[in-house]
Design a protein around this ligand. Structure first.
Ligand SMILES: Nc1nc(C(F)(F)F)ncc1COP(=O)(O)OP(=O)(O)O
Ligand SMILES: [Mg+2]
Length: 216
């Protein structure tokens, strides 16, 4: 997996915006996001054919901009739309099962909050780990206690050069310390999905992360 795909990793579901999610995604793609995760869950989330249809349209958009399209949690949906990969948490499908039953070229991401989860994900063969929550977040109602920059640095030290994307309460002002602490990129939901101008916010994250990574 190309770790630079993690640099500006946008995550969104239909309930993370009051606008048409396809318009928000296209604006974020125009602004330079480097990877996208379709995370359709929680209050008023789409299900069934509506979820399938939205996933197919989002994947098409991402591929118009040569951006990988990842599905959160839902392995069956990811297979149905021929996604580029899946992201699973500690309570979701296991990596070894995914590797046995899903396309061999899939990007497989795993959530990790501590060193043990990170090392386990690496040993299981995850292509990247989503480390956090770095800061407190309102987006994920069942988020664990924030680990802050020090928790990220500790995990970076434990996993060598395994690709890491940081997640949880990330805004433009804390990009630099997160990259300096060892993340290859930042994962953003509401900073882009709730923005008046998702394109310009994505552009700022693109510029800030590129600059920060160049110092690494
Ligand atoms: N969805 C995520 N994406 C990332 C990514 F690495 F992509 F930034 N990291 C962490 C999560 C959280 O994943 P999980 O713990 O299963 O909770 P949920 O399914 O509610 O998102
Ligand atoms: Mg999950």
């Amino acid at each position: 997996m190309n770790r630079s795909w993690l640099r500006v990793y946008f995550i969104m579901g239909s309930n993370n915006t009051t606008r048409n999610p396809l318009e928000v995604l296209e604006e974020a793609l125009q602004g330079g996001i480097t990877m996208f995760q379709f995370r359709e869950k929680g209050k008023n989330a789409y299900t069934g054919d509506m979820k399938l249809d939205l996933a197919q349209k989002m994947k098409q958009l991402c591929h118009q901009y040569n951006v990988p399209f990842i599905v959160n949690d839902d392995v069956d949906l990811a297979i149905a739309v021929n996604a580029d990969g899946i992201h699973v948490g500690q309570d979701d499908a296991k990596v070894d099962v995914i590797k046995r039953t899903c396309p061999s070229d899939w990007i497989i991401g795993v959530s990790a909050t501590n060193k043990d989860e990170a090392i386990q994900a690496m040993e299981d063969g995850a292509d990247y780990i989503g480390v956090g929550p770095i800061y407190s977040t309102k987006t994920k109602s069942d988020a664990k206690k924030p680990i802050d920059i020090i928790g990220l640095a500790y995990i970076r030290q434990a996993v060598g050069d395994l690709p890491i994307v940081a997640i949880g309460g990330i805004g433009m002002t804390n990009v630099f310390p997160i990259i300096k602490a060892g993340a290859d990129g930042v994962s953003i939901i509401s900073a882009i999905s709730n923005a008046n101008n998702p394109r310009s916010v994505a552009q700022v994250f693109d510029a800030y992360t590129s600059y920060a990574v160049s110092f690494r």
